[in-house]
Design a protein around this ligand. Structure first.
Ligand code: N01
Length: 544
């Protein structure tokens, strides 16, 4: 698909995206006998772990629960150095997997898909890249990621800034120097919370522009000791069982008690024990009503607010860092390592944008209602057009020229979180209605399902497309499943961080086990909910 090629290249399957999901998808199709190509906008594999290379970017899932489970050899050969690996190590890991399984030649890098149009006459998807080159495929699997379409707020003058500016999700490969610089950071989501402690020692000064604080709790990272390494290796089967059988696929058992089964003293003792546990234990091993009962949630928030006040020296700053508009887990809660202590440093200032809103960006800095501050570097930690953004920005058009962006104008509708009516032979993994889960553990059942579906269709010469009724019923089920959960009005879970985006919950909260079983049942029942049409000659698939 190089710009200089004059002929179009045709494949059985094109996968878009070379992140965690795209790599696994390629691995699964590698020996199917189908011709498969992966198109990737970046210059290498990694996806999230390629683009988000800001200082201290790292897992919030335990490394060993995030890595692939499909190969015992990979588990045996790869050794994570930290309980929550940093971006460089994860990028190395993904490259290791790609090379180990001989996958590299099937990727085509520096190829950003700008349109994907279904040609009904030919029964082929026609994909066009940014440089105008095209290729075709009978089946397309988009693995473009939940959080990969960077969002820049529409602040007047943003483009006029003449200093350095970086978005956390488009961080440069070349090292960024912070030494002595006057830095501004806009946004206080999970990316900013990881980044701030990583640069606060180096910068001359940093001003954090906060619109809404988040509930952050300690990640409790650490190096994996040789003894722990042995325990991890010996416990892989148990770990996999845990991840496959918990609500969200993390290395933490689900909570079993209700908040008000305990006295206040017992609760705070329990919160203290959670505080010292790793990662998302604070969310998933907490009392089992924290995400559904506002009173239960408020109890934990009272504890967290107390912790913030303990850690932040200046009481006024501490109060600004305590959320008042949402409870714990109602937005995706960041995990932190020294975030609150950063505000105790004399070179770190917090600006509350509710008090002094940003008015515009100038060539040299940021103007709020309190006046102008000049900066050498602005960091845009302003997040992503989450879940649907990568897909709706890609120019996908199905039967009759129907645009995916229009199809989802009122919020995403899918069948099983992997397909949509009127977009035949098009599947996605890591898109809307993705299970609310540790990402690779949610990816596993999706990729397994899509692989079987695509190979089955290819081998039999079928075109697959879900039925309207199946899509409507599934979408309804997704929305009903989310109804009991407390979700902030401003959460990206419901598209609310993007001005003008439809307000509709976009993930599946029925639980990973229920989701996996549903996919398995649909496969076992001959793809109920899909119409499989005879489309002529089968492709040369050998498996499935
Ligand atoms: O983005 P965010 P993120 N003026 O959307 C602010 C995953 N992740 O990149 O809250 C001023 O959370 C916005 O303010 P508000 C994780 O799932 C994972 O940090 O809308 N500010 C917010 O503070 C996470 O949830 C990991 O009021 C503006 C910030 O920008 C997701 O990625 C690490 C603004 C955006 O926060 C996204 O996290 C990092 C404006 N006009 C991220 N517009 C790991 O697990 C927006 N903001 C490793």
């Amino acid at each position: 698909m190089a710009a200089t090629e004059t002929t179009t290249t045709d494949y059985d399957v094109i996968i878009i995206g070379a992140g965690v999901a795209g790599i696994y998808q390629l691995y699964k199709l590698k020996d199917s006998g189908l011709s498969v190509r992966v198109l990737e906008a970046g210059s290498n594999v990694g996806g999230t772990w390629y683009w988000n290379r800001y200082p201290l970017a790292r897992f919030d899932s335990e490394s060993y629960s995030y890595g692939y489970f499909f190969s015992r050899e990979v588990l045996d050969e790869w050794e994570w150095s930290e309980h929550f690996a940093g971006q460089p190590e994860t990028e190395r890991y993904l490259n290791f997997v790609v090379d180990k399984f001989g996958l590299r030649d099937d990727f085509q890098f520096n190829t950003r898909v700008t349109s994907a149009v279904f040609d009904e006459d030919r029964g082929r998807w026609v994909l066009t890249a940014g440089d105008g080159a095209t290729c075709t495929a009978r089946y397309v699997i988009s693995a473009t990621g939940l959080l990969s379409a960077p969002f820049f707020p529409d602040i007047p003058g943003r483009e006029s800034f003449k200093g350095e500016a970086h978005h956390t999700g488009l961080w440069p490969k070349e090292p960024v120097s912070f030494a002595g610089k006057k830095v501004a950071m806009i946004g206080t989501g999970a990316s900013a919370v990881q980044l701030l402690p990583g640069i606060v020692d180096d910068v001359g000064s940093i001003t954090v522009y906060q619109r809404t604080p988040n509930w952050c709790a300690p990640l409790n990272n650490g190096l994996i000791t040789p003894e722990e390494q042995e325990e991890i290796r010996a416990g892989y089967e148990e770990l996999e069982r845990l991840c496959r059988n918990t609500f969200a696929g993390f290395a933490h058992a689900d909570g079993t008690r209700g908040t008000f089964e305990d006295t206040k003293e017992q609760r705070w003792a329990f919160y203290e024990s959670l505080w010292t546990k790793r990662g998302f234990a604070k969310l998933f091993s907490n009392y089992n009503d924290i995400l559904v009962d506002p009173r239960a949630n408020a109890e934990f928030c009272e504890y967290l607010a107390h912790k913030i006040r303990e850690r932040v020296t200046d009481p006024a700053t501490a109060e600004k860092l305590i959320p008042t508009d949402h409870g714990y887990g109602m937005k995706r809660p960041p995990m932190e390592s020294g975030y609150y202590e950063a505000y105790n440093r004399p070179n770190c200032t917090l600006v509350d944008l509710h008090e002094t809103p940003i008015e515009r960006i100038t060539e040299t800095g940021i103007v709020t209602s309190a006046g102008e501050e000049q900066f050498d570097l602005i960091i845009w930690a302003t997040g992503f057009d989450a879940v649907t953004g990568a897909l709706t920005r890609m120019g996908v058009e199905g039967r009759g020229g129907e645009r995916l962006a229009d199809f989802w104008a009122d919020g995403p509708r899918t069948y099983l979180g992997v397909s949509i009516p009127r977009f035949p032979n098009f599947a996605f993994v890591g898109g809307p209605h993705f299970p609310f889960a540790n990402v690779p553990r949610g990816v596993d059942p999706q990729v397994d399902f899509v692989t079987d579906l695509v190979v089955h269709a290819a081998r039999n010469g079928y075109t697959f497309e879900p039925d309207d009724e199946a899509e409507e019923a599934w979408t309804q089920h997704v929305l009903e499943s989310s109804a009991p959960f407390l979700v902030a009005d401003t959460s990206w879970f419901r598209g609310a961080n993007i001005p003008g985006k439809a307000d509709r919950f976009m993930l599946y909260t029925g639980g990973l086990v229920v989701y996996t079983n549903r996919l398995n049942d649909v496969t076992a029942n001959g793809y109920e909910g899909f119409t499989l049409r005879d489309a002529g000659a089968p492709a040369t698939a050998t498996a499935g």
